[in-house]
Design a protein around this ligand. Structure first.
Ligand code: AMP
Length: 192
């Protein structure tokens, strides 16, 4: 199995976020799951890569060339793909992945998460999306999505789009138990 992980570049965050990321990385390696990530060396990206490598797992970075030129890439990761643009990078994140995992992060992480949810709503991406809600970080995001449902900007299908879990131990079971998304649901997915 291969998962793509979206997460923070910031390192100025609570230790709980680092601990949850390290624990999740170990669980991925233990379960023989290959990790694809943004390739960064800072914040939760750096923690993720450090922990996967320390546990002897497989990790691949996908990064735009301009980030490599300013040396943002993680030096310990040898499997790297360099893209021309952020858009190309996001498309490559989704290629061949069996699930998307979102850990807490800033605008870059939110943007990647919302694009994948939007694609899933349109059935252009159909794999599980799991959000790790460490310290309740994504409560506000989830409320925002529920508000969109309540005000009829989207149908009440959030459980088909993503799963929110509170602990790293719940992530892999959430991938395995995710509600399947298919074309029939896409057709039901538009509000007219
Ligand atoms: P954010 O959630 O805003 O920290 O951004 C995470 C996303 O933005 C990831 O996809 C990163 O590739 C990209 N990003 C932002 N800053 C950096 C950085 N210093 N190094 C690597 N990637 C970064």
């Amino acid at each position: 199995m291969q998962v793509c992980v979206y997460c923070a570049s910031s390192g100025r965050i609570h230790q709980d976020y680092f601990d949850a990321t390290a624990k999740l990385a170990k669980l991925f390696v233990k379960n023989n799951i290959k990790v694809v990530f943004g390739g960064g060396s800072s914040g939760l990206m750096g923690q993720l890569a450090d922990s996967v490598l320390a546990a002897g797992g497989q990790i691949k970075g996908i990064m735009p060339q301009f980030m490599n030129e300013v040396e943002w890439g993680h030096r310990g990761v040898s499997d790297f793909v360099y893209t021309q643009s952020m858009h190309e990078r996001k498309a490559k994140f989704l290629e061949g992945t069996d699930a998307l995992i979102t850990l807490p992060g800033g605008p870059g992480t939110y943007e990647e998460l919302l694009e994948s949810i939007t694609l899933k709503k349109l059935a252009q991406f159909t794999k599980p999306i799991v959000i790790l809600n460490t310290r309740g970080y994504f409560d506000a995001f989830n409320n925002m999505m529920q508000q969109a449902v309540k005000e009829n900007f989207m149908i009440d299908d959030l459980k088909y789009l993503y799963t929110i879990v509170n602990t790293p131990e719940e992530v892999i079971p959430a991938i395995e138990n995710a509600h399947l998304w298919n074309k029939g649901l896409r057709d039901a997915g538009s509000l007219r």
